[in-house]
Write a protein that binds this ligand. Structure first.
Ligand code: NAI
Ligand code: MG
Length: 355
């Protein structure tokens, strides 16, 4: 008896600027590996963007989340455009998706790949993952502004840390480390931030005690960023709050050589809702429209999506294509020091995907 090949339904949100330029190549690569590995992907494309905001006053329709809640995954390019405040594009689209779909893990793998000259002289074999808490912490709506325009004007913003929220992100980090090299570094600042960070530390320590097979330590965020630059190869899994994780992952992307190749996954580990896969970079208005954006961040994110969907072989084949195209080095977009286009580099990856 033959089994029916799987079909995955993917909600595609190209967004703004280069977001819309890097997703079509990602879909081409997905379709290629899908054919090779015997499954298929169906795409529903949504025009949710700053363009839409300018026309209708909303980044997405009121029932937007309902329209994508039943998909197997979400592939997003980037949102944000000059003229629309960044907090509007972020809070009007990305943050509602992350929060309503309980994507509380933001996963950002960092590897120094052959053929990609990074800023560090001798980085060594860098291969670590930043696990960022994605739905609470410092990015909260709680707070306010008072006495606007007066000398005593003030702003207060509350950071929110819950036992459930810290526990699940810590558990995710320890579980992930147990499938890798078995070490977690927890980012803290409990010397300066005296309520939330000691609470974070306490819970991480409790969860660590349940995983005797996984080593761990905590580092203050300021010392940690220095060590990530000095000895990036020493790290395996780095777990941090929403703000610390955000900063760590951009630093880490820079260590790897270009923000253009960095991928991210917003994961709902319980799979009650679709998870969302997106390159780390934004809409890059400075190069948008020229067709020269590096598509590798989007392609790597697509590989993470396949992994999440259970298509590990296809995910690995796509990753091999990326690695081979980079190592070969014949085709390079401007951020990699060349003059080739987005499609040229995507084609090089497609050609390098093992048969
Ligand atoms: P950005 O990532 O768009 O660009 C930063 C710099 O990196 C620019 O010089 C850009 O040309 C370059 N760059 C980024 N991606 C590249 C790629 N794939 N290939 C080659 N070069 C690349 O960040 P920026 O300029 O701070 O933000 C621009 C807009 O994007 C803003 O509206 C911001 O809010 C939004 N944004 C959206 C994100 C998202 O959708 N997740 C993430 C970051 C920013
Ligand atoms: Mg960021």
């Amino acid at each position: 008896m033959s089994t029916v090949p799987s079909t995955y339904r993917v909600a595609v949100i190209p967004g703004d600027g280069i977001g819309a330029e890097v997703l079509p190549p990602a879909q081409q690569a997905l379709d290629l590996v899908a054919r090779r590995f015997g499954f298929s992907l169906e795409y529903d494309v949504f025009d949710w963007s700053c363009q839409r905001y300018a026309e209708t006053g909303a980044m997405m329709p009121a029932d937007g989340l309902d329209r994508i809640a039943g998909h197997d995954a979400i592939l997003l390019g980037a949102v944000g455009w000059p003229g629309v405040p960044d907090h509007v594009s972020l809070w009007g689209l990305l943050i509602p998706i992350r929060r309503q779909f309980r994507q509380y893990v933001n996963l950002r793998p960092i590897r120094v790949l052959e053929g990609l000259p990074g800023p560090l002289r001798e980085p060594g074999p860098v291969d670590f993952v930043v696990v960022r808490e994605n739905v609470e912490g410092e990015y909260s709506e709680i707070g306010g502004r008072l006495n606007r325009g007066f000398p005593e004007e003030m702003a207060v913003q509350e950071a929110v840390f819950t036992r459930a929220g810290v526990t699940r992100i810590a558990d995710y980090a320890f579980d992930l480390a147990s499938t890798r090299r078995g070490h977690v570094t927890s980012a803290t600042k409990s010397n300066g931030i005296v309520h939330t960070m000691p609470f974070w530390d306490e819970i991480v320590r409790e969860r660590a005690a349940l995983r005797p097979g996984v080593g761990w330590r905590q580092e203050h965020i300021d010392a940690l960023v220095a060590k990530l630059v000095l000895r990036p190869a020493d790290f395996d899994v780095v777990v941090g709050s929403n703000l610390f994780g955000d900063i760590l992952s951009d630093l880490a992307a820079a260590i790897a050589g270009s923000i253009g190749i960095a991928p991210a996954a917003n994961i709902n580990p319980e799979r009650e809702f679709p998870s969302m896969f997106e390159p780390v970079h934004g809409s890059a208005p400075d190069i948008a429209g020229q067709g020269v954006a590096n598509p590798l961040g989007a392609l790597w994110s697509a590989s993470m999506m396949l992994d999440h969907l259970g298509e590990q072989d296809a995910a690995a084949a796509l990753m091999t294509g990326i690695e081979r195209a980079l190592a070969d080095g014949a085709v390079r977009t401007p951020d990699l020091g060349g003059t080739d286009t987005t499609q040229d580099l995507a084609d090089a990856v497609l050609a390098a995907i093992p048969a």
